[in-house]
Design a protein around this ligand. Sequence first.
Ligand code: PEP
Length: 251
Amino acid sequence: TITRTPVIAGNWKMYKTVEEAKEFLRALPLSTLPDDVEVVICAPYLCLPSLAEQAQGSKVGIGAQNVHWETEGAYTGEISIPMLKAVGVQYVIIGHSERRAYFGETDETVNKKVKAAVKTGLIPIICVGETLEERENEQTKAVVERQVRAAIDGLSSDQVKKAIIAYEPVWAIGTGKASTAEDAGEVISFIRKTVAAGYDWQIANEVRIQYGGSVKPENIASFLEQTDIDGALVGGASLKPDSFMALVLAA
Ligand code: PEP
């Protein structure tokens, strides 16, 4: 039997100052977090050192929302993996649709970042998902297959097993219009099949695949009921300790 630990990851995007981030974590009942869920908060870079320190010894893992693939160099404005690891960051979101849409992220840069992350043991949360136009043109599976294949290209079996994939249909992000659980479950099963095609089923069955897009305490259960969905990547509903906690407890 396959047992995959679900991952509930908050993506704070460009919200919260250092002080606001500290306040959030102080309000989370860290000692009562369930053992059978992986809990991750992906915060703005500036918040990461203090959050990682505060979260030490607790069940909360800390993630960045982006990273550069080189370890150091003349890349003004960028942050490297060693810099993240040095302050205790364990996860990194790679290829979020907002980065693809507004900051020139491509399948190629996503792959460079994923490869650099897994090489050092930083866990990538790889985001894929179709736009509304692509969905209406019935290209959902083709787009997602292309994005997944490109993102994990060149990874060893051991590396791919540890990666997390987030299926986030672009039209569902921040819109309040979540996918139906059935549609999300179907695409996520297809993503697992895509991983299996590149590796094998044993490996594909170990990869955690989340759904993301307008997940909230009221709808998370329907997604988690789907056998292939292993948690959620959550924007808006991760910003308040109460609703984030409700999502964690639902998993
Ligand atoms: C996200 O940013 O990854 C996301 C899913 O946002 P929201 O939950 O607000 O739709």
